[in-house]
Design a protein. Structure first.
Lengths: 159, 516
């Protein structure tokens, strides 16, 4: 069965570690991958796609050496392979123009400001991943314990 | 997780293949290769549905394909240069074509069966009602008279859930009602046992409500199909005539049970369902079509003269032409449920048309067994299985077998309502399995709210299962005495063995007319 991956991108190792630590409650159901730059993230995305697995969610920092987070998320948005992939921008340094671009050009699903509350990040990730699973038509029963209630009920109303 | 599923699939497959090599003669039945293949397919379907290595609808689809390849008149064969090298259609012992192959058209037609169309019509109504907020608005309107006393709000929620699940899928109804309920329940004290009462009330009412109409839940469809094949059709109106009072009584009993097990401490509560009735032309088309369709169903053939399966197709045409249902809505229908049901029908076709049913029935003297014992036994097995697997799959497996047994009983069932009562009670038993989170999707949704533990669900589920079964049998006996059911075409053992290929021999006596 295909695995669903959450990809976390940040150039600061300690921030990356804490994001991954916060996502621990989700690790029984999702694979969590880390990337230190947009470039590395793209390589990981390509590899996951080659294996036929899903990218459910990308959580990215904005200011990084090389390509920025908004640019990375924009590239993901424009890529057919990731049409349903959910995107979170997690940053403390995005200015007004960056934020506008994040919405218009990358259609981010959520914007988190550093420092973030771990429980908020997990709740948002759950909600977005629930939407992803239902959108993809993946058998949701297998993920029942981790799904977001409201998102699930909303979707099943039409069942 | 994946490995466990693969293992389950392999075990099921191995056991099914094993069935091909059992010494059936030593059990006292003589079966040909085609019949043995049907047994193996049955076993495979049963194990796949119980162990669930694959989603249940995929098993159904697989069953149909497997039957087409192995037991149909167009079964698998290879020929080279005019010589047949291998053929599923011929008996290797004699080199002749099997005489009991199933028509491939007939197998494919299970997906376009009139009862599948009846369900599809129901899906159109439900999709239109959801799209134009008829469900939410009706819920708000119907909840009002129940006031703000939590006890009566609970009853109101159960009533509405039950009524909706008579026409919508149990899962969709439960999802909608739990979504309405969730914000209110979060305001309850954590120590208030009443939270569990509310969380449980929804799946219970959704499961029970489905029993009220033929389109309420797929097990009803499977029972109806078997009855139609035995010329003992139950009309939409007749089903509701007993189904609705049954639902009313069982909902009331369940309500009392919930209040007793999980007393509510909160003195007052208010449910806020927003919105207002839409008044756009399309919304009005939905209201009118819904009302007319239900009226035609209820009045039925006896008064208006239109078959309920055909009535179901009227809203399809109206909603399609008026674009209430768009192409996207059409593609979003629960086709998986229809495939699941069709697979059940196909199992029935295989069992009957190959002659397997009559050969197996012939080996066991059911007719000498007490009819009431058989009826209760069938119900208990069904109820047990339905707690652990899909209600539809339970009915799909058991209804064809029980229909065959019922058909062989002759008149001994008549005092209990005949084969109609037998199959309706089996359909009801399939809907009463609700003691575990895995029993039904509504149960899973309620359990996932975290407001009710498995123990609480088990306690109420078992109690309602037993109460529901007792109520079913009492009702069937009452209905039999009122002469509501037309006795089915029954077969006696002699005509079966003489006939050879079909179990439903035309020796029927059609006595009491269907009550209006």
């Amino acid at each position: 069965m295909e695995k669903i991956t959450i990809l976390c991108v940040d150039d600061q190792a300690e921030v990356l570690d804490s994001v991954v630590r916060d996502l621990r409650p989700l690790q029984a159901f999702f694979r969590v991958e880390e990337a230190g730059s947009a470039d590395e993230a793209k390589k990981i995305l390509d590899e996951i796609c080659r294996n036929g697995d899903y990218i459910g969610l990308v959580i990215s920092d904005h200011v990084m050496p090389g390509e920025t987070g908004v640019e990375l998320l924009g590239a993901i948005f424009r890529d057919d392979r990731f049409a349903d992939t959910k995107k979170i921008l997690l940053t403390g340094q995005a200015n007004h123009a960056d934020t506008i671009r994040a919405i218009n050009e990358a259609r981010v699903d959520n914007y988190f400001e550093k420092p973030w509350k771990p429980e908020d990040l997990v709740a948002t990730a759950k909600k977005l991943l629930t939407q992803f699973i239902l959108k993809k038509g993946i058998e949701y029963k297998d993920y029942m314990p981790i799904l977001d209630q409201a998102a699930l009920l909303e979707n099943l109303r039409g069942a | 997780m994946t490995k466990v599923k693969a293992l389950k699939g392999l075990i099921a497959l191995a056991l099914a293949v094993g069935c091909l090599f059992l010494p059936y003669e030593s059990f006292g039945v003589v079966l040909n290769a085609v019949e043995i293949r049907v047994i193996a397919i049955f076993v495979l379907a049963a194990l796949f549905w119980i162990l669930e290595p694959f989603p249940i609808w995929t098993t159904s689809m697989f069953v149909i394909v497997l039957m087409l390849l192995t037991v149909s008149d167009k079964g698998l064969m290879f020929s080279f240069g005019g010589d047949t090298l291998f053929s599923m259609q011929t008996d290797p012992a004699t080199g002749e074509k099997f005489s009991n192959l199933v028509s491939s058209k007939g197998l494919m037609a299970t997906f376009a069966d009139p009862i599948i169309m009846l369900f599809l019509g129901g899906f159109f109504l439900a999709a239109a009602a959801t799209k134009y907020k008829l469900d939410m608005n009706l819920a708000r309107f119907l909840l009002k008279p129940f006031g703000t006393n939590p006890k009566f709000v609970l009853l109101g929620l159960m009533t509405i859930t039950a009524v909706f699940s008579m026409f919508m899928s149990n899962t969709a109804t439960a999802a909608m009602m739990l979504a309405i309920l969730a914000p209110v329940l979060s305001m309850f004290d954590e120590s208030d046992k009443g939270r569990a009462a509310f969380a449980l009330a929804i799946p219970i009412a959704a499961n029970v409500g489905g029993m009220g109409t033929p389109i309420g839940t797929p097990p009803n469809a499977i029972a109806l199909k078997a009855l139609a094949d035995m010329d003992a059709s139950v009309s939409f109106g007749t089903w509701m005539l007993f189904g609705v009072p049954y639902v009313v009584i069982l909902i009331l009993l369940s309500w009392l049970l919930l209040l007793w097990l999980f007393p509510i401490s909160k003195p007052k509560m208010e449910l806020n369902v927003g919105g207002e009735f839409l008044k756009t032309p399309k919304a009005i088309i939905v209201y009118v079509t819904f009302t007319v369709t239900v009226l035609l169903w209820v009045l039925g053939k006896d008064i208006v003269g239109i078959d309920s399966n055909i009535v179901a197709m009227i809203p399809m045409a109206v909603f399609a032409l008026s674009q209430v249902i768009t192409k996207k809505d059409l593609n979003g229908m629960s086709w998986d449920v229809l495939w699941l049901v069709a697979g059940g029908f196909a199992l029935g076709v295989g069992l009957q048309k190959t002659g397997l049913a009559e050969h197996l029935i012939g080996a066991i003297p059911f007719a000498s067994w007490p009819a009431f014992g058989l009826m209760v036994g069938a119900g208990v097995i069904c109820l047990f299985m339905a707690n652990f697997m899909s209600h539809t799959a339970t009915a799909a497996l058991l209804v064809p077998i029980i229909a065959a047994v019922g058909g062989s009983l002759g008149g001994s069932l008549d005092g209990l309502g005949g084969v109609t009562a037998l199959l309706v009670s089996v359909a009801f038993a399939s809907s009463l399995g609700m003691s575990l989170p895995i029993s039904t999707p509504p149960n899973a949704l309620a359990h996932a709210t975290g407001l009710v533990d498995t123990k609480g669900m088990a306690k109420t589920g078992v109690a309602i299962g037993i109460i529901g079964m007792v109520l079913t049998y009492v009702m069937m006996i009452v209905l039999a005495h009122l002469g509501v059911f037309t006795p089915a075409k029954t077969t006696d053992a002699a005509s079966v063995s003489a006939q050879g290929t079909t179990i439903v021999a035309p020796v029927a006596t059609t006595a009491a007319p269907v009550a209006k």
